[in-house]
Design a binder for this molecule. Structure first.
Ligand code: M6R
Length: 591
């Protein structure tokens, strides 16, 4: 949520910063802005909307130093005034900020009551506090004094117009990476923004303050003691974040799933043996209950993890929605184990829970696509889902990768002789078949395009897929969609069925096949336009989309691709911005 970028060095910092913002745009796209220096003068340029609008205004701009921002609005409407960078009152300092300052009203009242503010943002408080303290302190001390007062989360880059040879940076809770390469030093909220600019990167720790000049880095903790940072090589390439010939990243990512599953197999299997740390397995086995915590699609993926853990390992498990868990106090068992699912590894709702769990000293595993993330650093253990960079805001391959990784982990814990590897290979082939027949999904998309409400139904495994299906359609096609356990329809929701309301049933399991069909028929009798997505083994010739059979406990990995495609084509046919749906952002770093 919000992306910040910065560069100081031998190349054109404006071009590099705009390039970085384009790569980070999926983190927020309400507005974009940049600050840079030419001939010892500061230029601030910001635009409502996309980075492309900003880029058009900067065609000939050149500088050796720049900071930039792409925004997902939290305080104040998404307009040009609230766009970053923000200047201090005198114009001496300029800042870009990712995060939320919770006590900004209090700080405004206590320190800045004579200041006038131009925007409605919390960020303007930070830059003006720096200005306020720099009247009596050195800039470095003024920033650290400001840091000591801030409550909430922040990753900030600051330029001082009295000395254009350096970028100040400081952070707490919001992610910030520092890149190093022959061109100079660069900053980014995530690794994508550093690709092609830096060769190495350092993940900056919380409460770190620092300053970079063209050839020098200084880093300190909040009280001014020197603090070392560690650089690692950047392993991700430009190619990985290229859309190639696909119309959208979402379609590319849907298509990557078969190959991705083979890649996950290659990472977690050596021959037929699974390669999960014995220490982690031992630790989970000792627990009396596993608590899965996640949000959005990752939470829906974790329902499968619960199912695998209970069925295969016999360990009682429960799924918690992170944003609920953080403000509730459920009964915790004697020897709990916490497993967090997150594509980004930066989701604020999850981090808030993790901090509470850490206080209790309960063991934690993060299952993620981002091994350099804050959540990994907070955990005792981490497992990579190896999905490769996911750019589209709507999660597709990360969801499937989480389900696959959960199956592998559960099988490793159970120690059972297993056919999982071959079963997963079967899943990749089945997904390829679904992709070959994508026109059928497009056909369904055409039919549901104009509807106001739509219902996905299923039971058991298929109900969890229905939840994900409904989220996909909501977030990119903007259609009001609900998922119901098909048995629950008659307890209330069936009252919503009107003439031609689309109801899509997902049926992949023998045990719930007939009963789900009966529930679907009940909606049809009340006017619904019904569709069936079924596995071949339980299908009837009239079913709308029939998917290949795979091991029954993995069937959702195939049916979910159908619903991803239906959502994708519906959004395309509605001319929606598929990769950057309205009001959303990829990485949700605010609670
Ligand atoms: O990065 P995370 O997996 O923690 O993100 C969780 C949700 O924000 C995410 O899955 C969201 O629901 C997606 N937009 C779904 O497509």
């Amino acid at each position: 949520m919000c992306g910040i970028v910065g560069f100081i060095g031998k190349e054109n910092a404006v071009e590099i910063t705009i390039g970085g913002l384009e790569k980070l745009e999926y983190r927020g796209y309400d507005s974009a802005g940049i600050a840079y220096q030419t001939n010892q003068c500061l230029t601030v340029c910001k635009e409502k909307g996309r980075v492309s609008a900003l880029k058009n205004k900067l065609v000939d701009a050149k500088s050796s130093i720049a900071i930039g921002h792409t925004r997902w609005a939290t305080h104040g409407e998404p307009n040009q005034v609230n766009a970053h960078p923000h200047l201090s009152l005198s114009g001496r300092f300029v800042i870009v900020h990712n995060g939320i300052i919770e006590n900004y009203q209090k700080l405004k009242f206590e320190y800045l009551d004579t200041y006038t503010f131009k925007s409605q943002t919390d960020t303007e408080i930070i830059v003006n506090l720096i200005e306020y303290f720099s009247k009596t302190l050195h800039v470095e001390e003024a920033i650290r004094e400001t840091m000591s007062l801030l409550e909430g989360s922040y990753a900030c880059l600051v330029l001082d117009t009295y000395n254009f040879n350096q970028i100040y940076f400081f952070k707490d809770k919001s992610p910030l990476l520092l890149g190093r390469g022959p061109k100079g030093f660069s900053f980014s909220s995530d690794i994508t923004g550093l690709i092609g600019v830096a060769e190495e990167y350092a993940v900056l720790e919380d409460k770190l303050f620092g300053v970079v000049e063209e050839n020098k880095i200084t880093t300190k903790d909040i009280i001014g003691l020197p603090k070392k940072i560690i650089f690692s090589p950047i392993a991700i390439s430009e190619e990985e974040i290229d859309k190639k010939t696909y119309d959208h990243f979402m379609l590319k990512e849907i298509y990557e799933q078969p190959m991705m599953i083979r890649h996950i197999i290659s990472k977690y299997f050596k021959g037929d043996e699974m390669q999960i740390s014995p220490k982690l397995i031992h630790h989970i086995k000792q627990s009396d209950k596993v608590n899965f915590v996640a949000c959005g699609s990752s939470m829906y993926a974790s329902y499968f993890a619960k199912y695998y853990f209970e069925k295969l390992c016999g360990i009682p498990s429960e799924v918690f929605c992170a944003s609920e868990l953080v403000y509730s106090t459920p009964l915790i068992s004697k020897r709990p184990f916490f497993i967090f699912f997150s594509q980004s590894g930066e989701t604020a709702d999850l981090i808030a829970v993790m901090k509470k769990v850490k206080q209790q000293k309960y063991p934690m595993l993060t299952i993620t696509n981002t091994m350099e993330s804050s959540m990994v650093r907070l955990s005792n253990y981490a497992l990579n889902i190896y999905a490769g960079k996911e750019i589209a805001v709507a999660s597709t391959k990360a969801y499937t990768a989480m389900v696959v990784t959960s199956a592998i982990l559960a099988r490793s814990i159970s120690g059972a002789k297993t056919n999982l590897k071959n079963n997963l290979k079967g899943v990749s082939l089945a997904i390829e078949k679904v992709l070959e027949n994508k026109e059928i999904c497009k056909g369904v998309a055409k039919e549901i395009l104009q509807c106001n409400d739509l219902f996905y139904i299923g039971r058991g495994i298929d109900y969890w897929t229905a939840l994900e299906a409904s989220l996909k359609l909501k977030e990119i096609a903007y259609i009001h969609t609900e998922a119901f356990s098909s048995g629950e329809l008659k307890h209330g929701p069936i009252a919503l069925i009107q003439q031609n309301t689309p109801v899509i049933a997902i049926i992949t399991q023998e045990g719930t096949n007939q009963i789900t069909r009966s529930n679907l028929a009940e909606t049809e009798a009340r006017g619904a336009k019904t569709y069936v997505i079924s596995s071949k083994g339980v299908s009837t010739p009239e079913d709308d989309i029939i998917i290949p059979n795979v091991a029954h406990y993995l069937s959702s990995l195939v049916s979910v691709v159908v619903v991803q495609l239906i959502a994708y084509y519906t959004a395309v046919l509605k001319n929606n911005d598929v990769d950057k749906p309205k009001n959303l952002a990829k990485s949700v770093t605010v609670e």
